[in-house]
Design a protein around this ligand. Structure first.
Ligand code: NAD
Length: 251
């Protein structure tokens, strides 16, 4: 019997990085996993004996359809994880990109909570885990949309925690610093260009500048925290934000 035996979990953005590590960890612990991504997620679903759900979270109608489909499966654990990054000075930041980031990283979680919370309340048990970021707590330059979305996601986390608590549903957020995933690897070139420094210096001078522990985080380390928050052992924890940030926010 695993920690999550008998539970069904929806993980968005499960095709890569942190979402992939969470899907594997939850499956290992006995959960039935609904794995979602914008890209083909069939092979991962087959590997984990789960259900593939493909949808583009930048389209509100697609998110609504995903929510309906997932609700029909009886989701006990929702992990709002999908996200992406775009770096530009605020005055050059494209409005369309701002709107897409807010839709994918704030409005889609809101829509999925709307779709899945009623079932959790009916069953008297539920877990919602929102993948925020250290950038939900502090800012860095050139990431106005990402940081606004992640700060907003923490507000959503706290609000829904208050509404859902009486029904046995906990709502928490994880706030990682730089995790070694394609999202971060893709930023190296952008950061070098925007800051005018060589690519080789980005990890040390940008990603790890605030860190007390000088290394990137492994996706599996974030998955372990998500696994704890999803378990019965975390039943008294709600409305909380968990930094896993190498000491960044201790400054
Ligand atoms: N990597 C980090 O350093 C880091 C740090 C803090 C927070 N986070 C957050 O963790 C989450 C996962 O990031 P990651 O590093 O694993 O990134 P990643 O790029 O490895 O994975 C993100 C996944 O989200 C999916 N996705 C992106 N846009 C989508 C859309 N429109 N519709 C559906 N799916 C979409 C991608 O296809 C991808 O599979 C994100 O919310 C990110 O903001 C990451």
């Amino acid at each position: 019997m695993g920690t999550l035996s008998g539970k069904t979990a929806l993980i968005t953005g499960a095709g890569s990085g942190i979402g992939l590590a969470i899907a594997r960890a939850f499956s290992r612990e006995g959960a039935r996993v609904l794995v979602h991504d914008v890209k083909d997620i069939g092979p991962l679903a087959a590997e984990l004996g789960g259900v593939p759900l493909q949808a583009d979270l930048s389209e509100p109608e697609a998110v609504a359809a995903l929510g309906q489909r997932a609700a029909a499966e009886g989701v006990d654990i929702l992990v709002n994880n999908a996200g992406f990054q775009h770096i530009d000075p605020v005055e050059d930041f494209p409005l369309e990109t701002w709107q897409r980031m807010l839709q994918v990283m704030l409005t889609a979680p809101f829509q999925l909570i709307q779709a899945l919370l009623p079932g959790m309340k009916r069953r008297g048990w539920g877990r919602i885990i929102n993948m925020a970021s250290v950038h939900g707590l502090v800012a860095s330059p050139y990431k106005s949309a990402y940081i606004s979305a992640k700060h907003g996601l923490l507000g959503l986390t706290k609000t829904v925690a208050l509404e859902a608590g009486p029904f046995g549903v906990t709502v928490n957020a994880i706030a990682p610093a730089y995790v070694r995933t394609p999202l971060v690897e893709g930023q190296i070139q952008d950061q070098a260009r925007t800051l005018g420094i060589p690519e080789g210096e980005v990890v040390e001078k940008v990603f790890l500048a605030q860190a007390a522990i000088k290394r990137l985080i492994a996706p599996e380390e974030v998955a372990e925290l998500a696994l704890f928050l999803a378990s019965d052992r975390a039943g008294a924890i709600t409305g909380a934000v968990f930094p896993i940030d190498l000491g960044w926010t201790a400054r």
